[in-house]
Design a protein around this ligand. Structure first.
Ligand SMILES: *Cc1c(COP(=O)(O)O)cnc(C)c1O
Length: 340
C-alpha cells in the first residue's frame, strides 16, 4: 500500500526511535524534563522567538495561541478555508469564546485591504478585533506558500491597528523550502507561530508553539488547563528534537508532489495543478465518478488518498515515499480510473 493520505502517516526512523529510548527525562510539569527543555529552546531558536512550548498537537497549539491573544467576546480575522476555522471543531468558539470574521483570502491570505475592511474597533455595540490568523503553507488551498513580503504586509496591517498575528505554520518548513527562504523570514513578522513536528518533519508526535517569553509563560498555563501538561515527555520530545536537528529533505518531497501531480493530470478524467509544496489536490469530476468511488478504486489498487472537496481528493508526498513509489502510484491510479 502506498499511503499518500497525509504527511502525518510517516513512521519514526531508527534515529528517532533511539532518541526516544535514550532521552533524558523528568517531570515536565515541574519543568524538569531536560529533553523537552532542549526541544523548546531549539524550536524557539529555529523560528527566531524568545521561547517555545511543546504541545501534543498542532490543534492544541493553535487553540492555546488564539486563547492567549484574545479576550472572550472578541473577533478574529481568518481565511474562510483556514485550518483554525474548518478543522478544529469550532474550538475558537469553544475555547476562546471568540467569533470569526472570515475573509476569502488571496491564495488563502487575508490581504492588508481585507484586514482593514474587516477590522472592528471595540465600542458599546461592537466586539473589537483581537487577532489575525495566517496559515503557511495553506493546507486547504493545496499547500500554497505565502512569500515573506506578503506575510509582512498583512502583519503590518494588523499591527497598525494594534492587532497581533498568529501563524498556523503546521507546514512552515515546507513553505520556507518552497520559497527558498530561511524559515525566520516567514515567522519574523508575526507574534506567534505553531509548527508541527509530526508532519513533513517526520516525528511521531508533537508540535511547537513559539512566541515571546510572556506569551509562552501564559501558554504553559493554558496548556495545563487544556489537559496538556505532560510528565516524562522527553520520550516524545526526543524524536521531535531529532527531526528538528535533521530536517528531512522537503525539497525532494515537493519534487515528488510535482511528479505525482503531472502524472495524475495526464490520466483522462483527472485534473491536478502543479503544487507549490507537498500537497496535491486532484479534481476527479471528469471521471464521472464520485469522490468516494475514486478513493475506493485507488485503495483497491494499493494507493491511499483522502477526500478533500465535493469533487477533489488530496495526496501528500512525505519522507516515507520515494520516487519509485510515486511512479507506481501514478500507474495504479491510471489502472483505477481506467476500470471505470
Ligand atoms: C495538521 C494541521 C494542523 C493541526 O495539527 P494536528 O497535530 O493534526 O492537530 C493545524 N493546521 C494545519 C494547517 C494543519 O495542516
Amino acid at each position: 500500500m502506498i499511503d499518500l493520505r497525509s504527511d502525518t502517516v510517516t513512521k519514526p526512523d531508527d534515529e528517532m526511535r533511539t532518541a526516544a529510548a535514550e532521552a533524558a527525562v523528568g517531570d515536565d510539569v515541574y519543568d524538569e524534563d531536560p529533553t523537552v527543555n532542549d526541544l523548546e529552546e531549539r524550536a524557539a531558536d529555529r523560528v527566531g522567538t524568545d521561547a517555545a512550548l511543546f504541545v501534543p498537537t498542532g490543534t492544541m497549539g493553535n487553540q492555546i495561541a488564539i486563547r492567549g491573544h484574545t479576550e472572550r467576546g472578541q473577533e478574529l480575522i481568518a481565511d474562510r478555508e483556514s485550518h483554525v476555522v474548518k478543522w478544529e471543531l469550532g474550538g475558537i468558539a469553544q475555547h476562546a469564546q471568540v467569533q470569526v470574521r472570515m475573509v476569502d483570502g488571496e491564495r488563502g491570505r487575508p490581504t492588508p485591504a481585507q484586514v482593514d475592511a474587516s477590522y472592528v474597533a471595540e465600542d458599546l455595540h461592537r466586539p473589537g478585533t483581537g487577532l489575525v490568523c495566517l496559515e503557511n503553507t495553506h493546507n486547504a488551498r493545496g499547500g500554497l506558500a505565502i512569500p515573506p513580503e506578503q506575510v509582512a504586509a498583512t502583519a503590518e496591517a494588523a499591527h497598525d491597528r494594534g492587532v497581533p498575528v498568529h501563524l498556523d505554520g503546521a507546514r512552515v518548513f515546507n513553505a520556507a523550502t518552497a520559497l527558498d527562504v530561511p524559515v525566520t523570514e516567514l515567522t519574523e513578522p508575526v507574534d506567534s507561530v505553531m509548527f508541527c513536528l509530526s508532519k513533513g518533519l517526520g516525528a511521531p508526535v508533537g508540535s511547537m508553539l513559539a512566541g515571546d517569553a510572556d506569551f509562552i509563560e501564559r501558554a504553559r498555563r493554558t496548556r495545563k488547563l487544556f489537559g496538556g501538561g505532560m510528565r516524562q515527555a522527553g520520550v516524545i520530545a526526543g524524536p521531535g528534537l531529532a527531526a528538528l536537528e535533521n530536517v528531512p529533505d522537503l525539497a525532494t518531497d515537493h519534487e515528488h508532489a510535482s511528479l505525482l501531480a503531472a502524472g495524475l493530470d495526464d490520466i483522462v478524467g483527472l485534473s491536478a495543478p502543479d503544487p507549490e509544496s507537498n500537497i496535491v489536490v486532484v479534481d476527479v469530476a471528469d471521471t464521472g465518478l464520485d469522490v468516494d468511488t475514486v478513493l475506493e478504486r485507488l485503495e483497491d489498487e494499493g494507493v491511499r488518498a483522502t477526500p478533500f472537496g465535493p469533487t477533489t481528493i488530496r495526496l501528500c508526498a512525505h519522507r516515507d515515499v520515494d520516487r519509485g513509489d510515486i511512479e507506481t502510484a501514478i500507474e495504479r491510479a491510471s489502472a483505477a480510473i481506467a476500470s471505470a
